[in-house]
Design a protein around this ligand. Structure first.
Ligand code: FES
Ligand SMILES: [Fe+2]
Length: 391
């Protein structure tokens, strides 16, 4: 999707002058369409959590950027992602989440597929009941697969088919976490979705913003200084992964009355650390010693998106009844924070109805990550292809 010369020159001017993204980039449909193509479709976007699709012999339709996708789990527990489109005349294959048994059957002319996406049958193929396509024809009639990877329970897809290898994309964060905070120890205990009345970028920027914590979420810090995270270390792991590490935010005992178990191989000091990362274009992680919360942003229009959240504790013991109160306190705290942020997002979106919001001023201390986020959006929007690896 091309960007008109008026919008293009406004973006280029803001980039060159090191200013914030113009207000129009949060309200303009043309810029939104270009973002979906150049930021979302081109790279590794998240679409949900594997733990949400756990039932065997099931199929779940998804709308991702307006495109129909289908997630299936077969009888061996293997997950697949396809375009939710029949190979005959393109009818949507599955309209609602369903227990699929062994077969997916198109409602139009009854072509059938396995949950692995293999074409199975087309009735009366050549006019007679006994006729069937030959082997060569069949192999071209399987469902169209979507390239996907599951990492820390998040399902990442590459819709364009030409993103960098996922291993390169995730490498710096995988190096940081996978050894002492292995994915296999995570136990998902809660999912929740939030409708956000604002452009997806506002949710991402707010996620990377520490500055608002004492005023919007006073319950999470003992003092303004503690909430502001003055000791925070901003981290640019790559062009696609930015965030921060707070050495003591995870040590706050007030989150749960009874502390939850922590990672086996993480010492007490490390267990007190909070890592928060945003992965372009739409995945967020907050990792502490005793839990992980993950979020994927699904834009539905230029001024609306949905947050999907998943919360995890560490190790089987943390799923026991004796920790149910702690899990409940943790999910209440995190969901309450997200509800508070939903109001902020509304206010930020409303402010962008006038161009005065384009003249925003960065603070010298708190807005480094917002600035990095804006620069990456500029880069990806304004260059036909931004394919830089880890720094
Ligand atoms: S469109 Fe699916 S069987 Fe014809
Ligand atoms: Fe917040």
């Amino acid at each position: 999707m091309a960007i008109s010369s008026l919008n293009l020159s406004q973006l280029q001017k803001a980039q060159v002058e090191n200013r914030q993204l113009p207000a129009s980039s949060y309200t303009n449909r043309e810029i939104f369409a270009a973002e979906m193509e150049r930021l979302f479709t081109a790279g590794w976007m998240s679409i949900g959590f594997a733990s949400r699709f756990s039932k065997r012999n099931h199929a779940w339709p998804l709308d991702v950027l307006g495109q129909p996708l289908l997630i299936t789990r077969n009888n061996r527990g293997e997950l697949h992602v396809f375009y939710n489109v029949c190979r005959h005349r393109g009818h949507v294959l599955v309209a609602e989440a369903e227990s699929a048994g062994k077969l997916l059957r198109c409602p139009y002319h009854s072509w059938c597929y396995s949950l692995n996406g293999d074409f199975i049958s087309a009735p009366y193929w050549n006019g007679s009941e006994a006729s069937h396509p030959d082997a060569d024809q069949k192999s071209a009639m399987n469902l169209v697969t979507v390239e996907y990877v599951i990492w820390y329970d998040v399902i990442f897809v590459n819709l364009s088919g030409d993103a960098q290898p996922f291993g390169d994309f995730i490498y710096p964060l995988d190096q940081r976490w996978s050894q002492r905070r292995p994915e296999s120890d995570l136990r998902c205990f809660s999912h929740k979705n939030f409708a956000m009345e604002g452009n997806w970028k506002l949710v991402a920027e707010n996620f990377l913003d520490n500055y608002h914590l004492p005023w919007v979420h006073p319950e999470i810090g003992s003092s303004v200084e503690a909430s502001l995270g003055l000791e925070v270390e901003n981290l640019h792991l790559s062009n696609d992964i930015v965030g921060f590490s707070h050495p003591t935010a995870g040590a706050d005992k007030s989150k749960t009355a009874k502390p939850l178990p922590v990672w086996r191989d993480v010492d007490a000091i490390e267990a007190g650390r909070q890592d928060l990362f945003f992965l372009f274009p739409n995945t967020c992680f907050v990792m502490e010693g005793s839990y992980l919360w993950s979020m994927t942003l699904q834009p539905s229009s230029v001024d609306q998106c949905e947050e999907q959240l998943a919360l995890y504790v560490v190790g089987e013991k943390a799923t026991a009844e004796q920790y149910s109160e702690s899990r409940c306190q943790l999910s209440n705290l995190i969901y309450n924070i997200n509800a508070q942020d939903a109001k902020v997002i509304q206010g930020l979106q409303k402010g962008r109805q006038c161009d005065a919001a384009s003249a925003g001023v960065y603070t010298p201390f708190h807005d480094e990550l917002a600035k990095a986020f804006h620069q990456t959006v500029f880069d990806k929007l304004l260059s036909a292809k931004t394919q830089r690896g880890p720094i």
